[in-house]
Design a protein around this ligand. Structure first.
Ligand code: ADP
Length: 611
């Protein structure tokens, strides 16, 4: 019993080689026999025919010699007769030793007898010529010698035709043998080809069958069906492979059980964490169908996870604006994370949520879902509103008395109601300066609360940013010249138009340039730069002034934030940048600052291009 696949394949191969060898060997033997038969034909029969022809030639010569002898050329005739006689016996002896056919020996014996008679008749004719004369001798030739000559020749022809016939039969036999050999070789070749084909097919299928089974099982394992077991039917290499494969799938199963268990544990842990988050959280798949939502989400939105699962987001929370904002993180041009404060009305109640939508990506950076966290900032918003309302009320309440104080101060300062001592004048001046600062603070506070409370009052129109910049440069030019500061602008040609409230955006730019002028020294520069990128227009105010410490840069846009230690003279209300931020964001834009101490600051705001 052959145990290895290599051995089995070798056995089949040897079997096929043996079959080819049998066909080849049979062919060689058959052709050898055929060539022998053809040799026999050529050598034996042809030799006899040739010998007989030479013997006929010899007796023909002897007959001419007799006639020459009778025509008085006795010496020549006698010599020629015996010379041909020698020739005859030379060929006769060859023929006598080349008896190959039945009846050939009889012919040879008869020819010898007839030839002896013929030779005797020549002696008789010599005697008759000498004793009875030429005429009698001629008469004897015609009657006896000529007849004997003919008989002898006939015998020789008989011998020749016997060999010819034998040769012809031999040729037929060879032809028949050739045909038979041909059939044998053809038969053997057919058996070899058909047998070889069946043997190869049978064994190839037999050897490959386990390989096919193995391949199918490997495919199934690849698909994740680990409970595959291949029947081990042989002990050869494939059997060994099947055995190892079964061992491997068993280990994979064990691994899967253990890793599945771990994964399940991890999943449950994550689920518990997600569920316990106090803010609402929803996980969506790529089709915006709900995969998971936590308890807070159920409570606030009044939906049940069981009802929402695998249903579209809008079926649970029917808010198209929110849906469009969340699904925007799928778009290629968008960031994979978005954060925005939105006001949602849920069951007649106003909520403010800081909504953070984050796309979840797999290893190949393909998005397969979104996690949406609703940070409930309603309370903060309420407090902010109370604060804003309070500020607005206070500012409003302060504005009227402040106006009358300022008017009164103007009357006193103008000395319309009496003259003032130098000391009184100086006190009144200080009170006026503080009053002006207070009224600008009150005005800014009022402006901020107006913007915060009534954004709809914005007078939006399509306008060119270049016009706004040019006006700003004109406005601050004198101040810049006085301060020996180089104030200029750079803008790319053909900037697209923007949809803004031009007064509000002018206010923002003026505030930035005015701030820059405050914090630069003589010889410094202020550049206002405008350029378009993507679907936004960027405006930067770049100064080479004192700069802002890093710790302030993030919160500089918050209300009342001012850099500590900056010149008290220059300080404003600390509200300018907060108002600017409010205005820019109301236009759907962003504002930020980059700065380095003693190098300078760059304030940039970006506004979407008008479509
Ligand atoms: P203020 O009315 O105080 O100028 P802002 O909100 O406009 O209020 O500015 C807040 C603070 O930011 C300023 O007090 C100042 O300290 C700092 N600041 C603003 N612009 C610049 C600038 N270009 N260079 C340096 N510091 C600046």
């Amino acid at each position: 019993m052959i145990r290895t696949l290599k051995g089995k394949i070798s056995a089949v191969y040897i079997c096929l080689v043996l079959m080819i060898a049998v066909v080849g060997f049979t062919s060689v033997i058959s052709f050898h026999i055929l060539s022998k038969s053809i040799d026999g034909l050529m050598v034996n029969n042809y030799k006899s025919i040739n010998t007989v022809n030479n013997m006929i030639e010899a007796i023909d010569g002897q007959n001419i010699a007799i006639l020459s002898y009778l025509n008085n050329n006795e010496q020549i005739g006698t010599n020629l007769f015996y010379k041909n006689s020698d020739e005859f016996y030379k060929w006769y002896n060859i023929e006598a030793n080349n008896i190959t056919e039945i009846g050939e020996r009889d012919y040879v014996t008869k020819i010898n007898d007839e030839y002896i008679k013929y030779m005797t008749l020549f002696s008789d004719i010599q005697e008759i010529k000498n004793n009875q004369g030429k005429d009698k001798a001629l008469d004897f030739y015609n009657k006896k010698v000529s007849a004997q000559y003919t008989d002898l020749k006939n015998e020789l022809k008989g011998l020749s035709s016997l060999n010819e016939k034998a040769m012809f039969n031999g040729k037929n036999n060879v032809t028949n043998d050739t045909i038979a050999t041909m059939y044998i070789i053809l038969g053997l070749s057919t058996v070899a080809v058909v047998g070889g084909f069946f043997i190869s097919t049978f064994f190839i299928n037999r050897f490959l069958k386990p390989v096919y089974i193995l391949t199918e099982c490997v495919k199934s394992v690849k698909e994740g069906y680990l409970h595959q077991e291949i029947p081990v039917v042989s002990t050869d290499e494939v059997g060994l492979l099947a055995h190892e494969f079964n061992k491997m799938t068993k280990r994979l199963q064990q691994f899967e059980y253990s890793s599945k268990g771990k994964l399940l544990e991890e999943k449950n842990k994550s689920l518990a964490i997600v569920k316990s988050i106090s803010d609402p959280l929803i996980v969506l798949d790529t089709d915006c169908k709900v995969i998971l939502l936590n308890d807070a989400c159920e409570d606030i939105f009044g939906i049940k996870e069981i009802d929402a699962l695998n249903k579209h987001f809008l079926e649970s929370i029917n808010n198209r604006e929110l849906y469009e904002y969340i699904s925007s993180v799928y778009g290629e041009e968008h960031e994979k994370r978005a954060e925005k404060i939105m006001n949602l009305k849920i069951r007649e109640k106003d909520y403010y949520f800081n909504i953070i939508a984050t796309a979840i990506e797999d290893r190949n950076l393909n998005i397969y879902g979104i996690v949406v966290l609703f940070q409930n900032v309603t309370k903060l918003k309420q407090i902010e509103k109370i604060k804003s309302d309070f500020m607005a009320t206070i500012s409003h309440e302060l504005k009227t008395p402040l106006t009358s104080i300022m008017m009164g101060l103007s009357l006193v300062a103008d000395k319309k109601i009496g003259s003032l001592s130098e000391k009184q004048e100086s006190i009144i001046k200080t009170i006026r300066e503080d009053g002006e600062r207070l009224s600008s603070l009150v005005n800014e506070l009022l402006q901020l609360s107006k913007i915060e409370s009534d954004k709809a009052l914005f007078n939006i129109k399509s306008c060119s940013i270049i016009g706004i910049i040019e006006n700003c440069i004109k406005r601050f030019n004198d101040q810049a010249v006085d301060k020996e500061v180089n104030l200029y602008y750079e803008a790319s040609e053909k900037l697209p138009k923007i949809l803004v409230d031009p007064d509000k955006i002018s206010w923002v730019l003026n505030n930035l340039v005015s701030n820059a002028l405050k914090y630069v020294n003589a010889g410094d520069e202020i550049l206002v730069k405008a350029f378009a990128e993507g679907n936004k227009i960027f405006v930067s105010v770049i100064d080479t002034g004192v700069g802002i410490p890093a710790e302030y840069q993030k919160r500089i846009f918050n209300k009342f934030v001012q850099v500590k230690g900056s010149d008290l003279e220059m300080r404003g209300s600390g509200l300018g940048l907060a108002i600017a931020k409010e205005i820019v964001e109301t236009h759907g834009g962003q504002i930020w600052c980059e700065s380095k101490l003693d190098v300078g600051s760059t304030f940039t705001f970006a506004i979407p291009v008008a479509n």
